[in-house]
Design a protein around this ligand. Sequence first.
Ligand code: TEU
Length: 590
Amino acid sequence: MSEAVQRVRADRQWWKEAVVYQIYPKSFFDSDGDGIGDLAGITEQVDYLDALGVDAVWLCPVYDSPQADNGYDISDYRSIFDTYGDLADWERLLSELHDRDIRLVMDLVVNHTSSEHEWFQRSRRREGEYADYYHWRDGRPAAEADYDTDDGPADEVAPNNWESIFGGPAWAYDEEREQWYLHLFDESQPDLNWEHEAVREDVYEMMGWWLDRGIDGFRMDVINLVSKTPGLPDGDPDGGLVGAEHFMNGPKVHDYLSELVAEAIPDDDILTVGETPGASVEDAQRFVGEDGLSMVFQFEHVNVGHEGDKWSLEDYSLVELKESLARWQNGLADEGWNSLYLSNHDQPRTVSRFGDDGRYRDRSAKLLGTLLYTLQGTPFVYQGQEIGMTNAPFESKSELRDVESINFVEEAIESGAAESYEDVRDAVETVGRDNARTPMQWSDDENAGFTDGEPWLKVNPNYDAINVEQARADPDSVWHYYRELGDLRADRDLLVYGTFDLLAPDDEQVFAYTRTLADERALVVLNVSAQAATFAVPDEAGDDLELAIANVNAPETPGSTVELDPYEARVYLTPADSTDRPTTTNSDST
Ligand code: TEU
């Protein structure tokens, strides 16, 4: 047995071989007709998840919350938001998932709480140890500051010039405590003071409470923001998000993360995926190395084309995207493990962002699925991605629900950068988070079969053509293609543990790479453009490659030159033993 296969055997982990399905509970399935998804609704759809072949579910926050940020503002970590149900509903979901060998990963939001959380209420009243549970500071005399805040007492401004990720100052004044508190997100999401040991102990105890109830892991919200530079000094006013150098990957972030893993994670069978905006490969090597996380969500590839400004999105350069993904593939090949995602509840829909949600929606959705399932790492599929759901039209500001997008529109109009919503509508429809949050499209029934009530957020009007019922009835659909990709990946360690090598890095149309495990090889060729493309198969791709899956009718063997139609995707594999799957061609209807 080769050394490579021995290493695979040694490094096996369920979460490396798993496909994880992300559920945004508010938009998945409404079981009681109030227009809002709920836990019983997810439980009703567990057979759907099983049929799709997912191995784990990442459940976005379902905890008690005033929902200022749709649950990422938690007021009680040990109870369920009543509109979603109760703990009994949650336990039923867990057991139904486990009965189908589907694991459950909960969202851990501990960089901040809701301002309605008991900890914050006691902190603003300076009650005992809670007094220091958050970052409280006196204001700065306005005369001494080169920035302004329209909150707080006259002649006083916020303690420093940091900006919130949701826009505006990162500080709010609290009348009861007569001090300012830090909030890197909405002002109803005060940041916890991780310097305070009692805070960390409370967090670890809470994590233990959920682990005792049988969960299989945590997705950790903005976990690399928990350490701030002591003294909370001003940020570089010209540095993009002002202050980020003092709260992204802060001085003690590795101390806190390795302590969290040591104190709260019993063993590495528990999946821990840290969301780490602004993390580099080198940061990630420490997060998944010495700190002990299973993996992280990095943002480089989803920021390609943004040039540092969330709301301006140019057509992305494939060469840039390939360079970034290849650097992470190679950067974490030996040290740790990659997470793989192309969208989530904060990002535009995959096919609208990286593919073509018009003429080539079906084919490009399959191509992006091929990329997600054949890179090295754990694929995360966001609800609706498996049927090729797209971004949605938002005709007016009143249709928006996302605090970040609403803030953006209001600030643009207040600052005069925009005269009306129309001036920023394109930006909202291209990158706004509500795109990802429109209700799941189950059928062409009213409200896409999501609810019998009035949906909390509009349903994408294209649900009559794009929905689960239609997709499952069509063997050539994106849904069935995702299903087959899952089977292929489950069948071949090569696609899980094989090393990654990028081919033709400067090709502006074709994304091609090999995966290698001992003497087994895979060749993946993707034409990520709406024009035909030619790809010369290099010798190192080797011969005896056979077609394993493609999104158009493709030749059984690659030959020396591959002629690719627009958004054509092919995966060739060297024969493995009897477990190798017969060729599957999921020819499209373009
Ligand atoms: O997101 C953190 C984060 O990076 C996002 O705010 C992202 O930068 C932005 O939305 C992109 O538009 C996490 C959660 O995923 C997000 O839903 C929460 O709003 C946020 O943290 C605060 O908890």
